[in-house]
Design a protein around this ligand. Structure first.
Ligand code: ADP
Ligand code: MG
Ligand code: MG
Ligand code: MG
Length: 415
């Protein structure tokens, strides 16, 4: 019987166990000089920062269970394999927007990667006072590039089918999304949790036929529509920032799915951060910060739209290229209409997924720090009620909302 030699790392054991890794030595010098601390704050994995006088690196290792729940929720270790493969592809599609990859150990289920510093998690930045002037552009361009380049618009048949097959094996995490994102929040489930005072809203969500129909059809889209390689967990806790840089981390949920899923997950979290402002700041500051967050949302969508459109016109070399088909050099009209049709579909999907994300972060298992850190329970519940109302409009009326400005105007008026 094959027995895995996998063993979780500890801060104390790490230098001994990784001392012989050439890439570690090159960055950090001899293992005897390494200083190690565990910093994982996520739901699933161990994360260590290893420092020496010559540099620092991050080690991320899977545990055989979900950290957020404990050993009672066993989980396979192969999520690191999928994070490794996703990271290499996303880095190639938008170079510099994710941490550089140094090493992958499949048996021990860990990645060695660039230590992002002095970056902080975007969730923290969104409840603080700093402004990030390039954030919207960075994230919009990232979405345009990765979603376009992971799709049939860019990839050839052999590459595309082989990646589809590879990521289709990421079943455990895909299954978590199917349940936790699309189903649990709209039914009674022991994993669900919510702020006291939201009982009526939780019951309303369970009894709301139109909302549940939206959740069902969006779930079907997530499961059936293998449009591109998604990050799969793109919330504001999966982004690290400084005033000038923005990086995407934590791609272990990568699967093929609809383009709007990554965009909607991300924008849903930004709208949650928008509605959280009054729980963190006095009214005038909250209005100012909230206005900035809505501007970032608008820039993300518009930068995505522009980047995706530019790649469509210049880089459409894949299965769905269609250059000859439309003869676009002479008559670009056909391909321009096809682009607008696709963008309209992505827009509606984006709103739908955002609306479901806003429910699952308030009524489901995993919540958003922007709201969780509001200490006053009544204030938190007030912010969450508005978020749920907005989320419902997005999910149930996604076909009727024309553009990002009118959606943001609606958010402002609901606040
Ligand atoms: P999980 O899958 O458990 O959510 P994450 O990849 O989100 O793990 O990492 C958890 C935390 O570890 C992040 O919130 C961040 O604080 C830290 N972290 C992860 N990767 C890096 C990195 N490359 N550089 C700096 N900090 C990191
Ligand atoms: Mg994470
Ligand atoms: Mg993760
Ligand atoms: Mg909560």
């Amino acid at each position: 019987l094959h027995k895995s030699r996998y063993e979780p790392l500890t801060a104390r054991a790490l230098p001994g166990r990784l001392a012989s890794l050439k890439s570690m030595g090159e960055h950090l010098g001899p293992a005897t000089s390494w200083r190690v601390r565990e910093v994982g704050d996520g739901n699933l994995n161990l994360v260590f920062i290893v420092e020496s006088d010559s540099g620092s690196l991050v080690i991320k290792q899977a545990l055989p269970y979900a950290r957020v729940v404990g050993e009672s929720w066993p989980m396979s270790l192969d999520r690191t394999f999928f994070e490794y493969h996703a990271l290499t592809r996303l880095l190639a599609r938008d170079p510099g927007r994710l941490p550089a990859l140094i090493h992958f150990d499949e048996e021990q289920a860990y990645l060695v990667m660039e230590h992002l510093h002095p970056h902080i998690i975007l969730r923290k930045a969104l409840t603080g006072n700093i402004r990030l002037p390039h954030l919207g552009e960075h994230l919009g361009r990232y979405l345009g590039r990765t979603l376009f380049r992971g799709s049939d618009l860019s990839m050839n048949t052999a590459e595309r089918k082989s990646d589809l097959a590879l990521f289709s094996r990421n079943v455990e995490l895909a299954g978590i999304t199917e349940d936790l994102f699309f189903t649990d929040p709209f039914m009674t489930h022991p994993r669900n949790q919510h702020t006291p005072g939201l009982e009526d809203y939780a019951r309303a969500a369970r009894e709301d036929m139109d909302l549940k129909l939206a959740a069902r059809s969006l779930k079907a889209k997530f499961c059936n529509c293998a449009e591109t390689l998604l990050h799969g967990d793109l919330h504001t806790g999966s982004i690290m920032v400084t005033e000038t840089d923005s990086r995407v981390i934590d791609a272990e949920f990568a699967v093929y799915g609809p383009m709007g899923f990554d965009i909607g997950s991300l924008l849903g979290n930004f709208w949650l951060a928008f509605f959280a402002q009054k729980g963190h700041h006095p009214d005038d500051v909250a209005r100012d910060r909230g206005g900035w967050i809505l501007e970032v949302i608008e820039t993300i969508w518009e930068s995505f739209f522009d980047e995706f459109s530019a790649l469509w016109r210049r880089e459409r070399t894949g299965i769905l290229g269609g250059r000859e088909f439309f003869e676009d050099a002479q008559r670009p009209l056909g391909s321009e209409i096809a682009l607008q049709q696709l963008l309209k579909q992505i827009w509606q999907d984006t709103l739908g997924f955002a609306g479901i994300e806003m429910h699952r972060r308030i009524l489901g298992l995993a919540h958003a720090a922007e709201l969780e850190t509001i200490a006053n329970v009544e204030e938190r519940a007030a912010c969450e009620r508005k978020s749920l109302m907005m989320g419902r409009v997005l999910a149930a009326n996604r076909a009727a909302l024309p553009d990002i400005r009118s959606v943001n105007r609606m958010a402002a008026s609901m606040n």
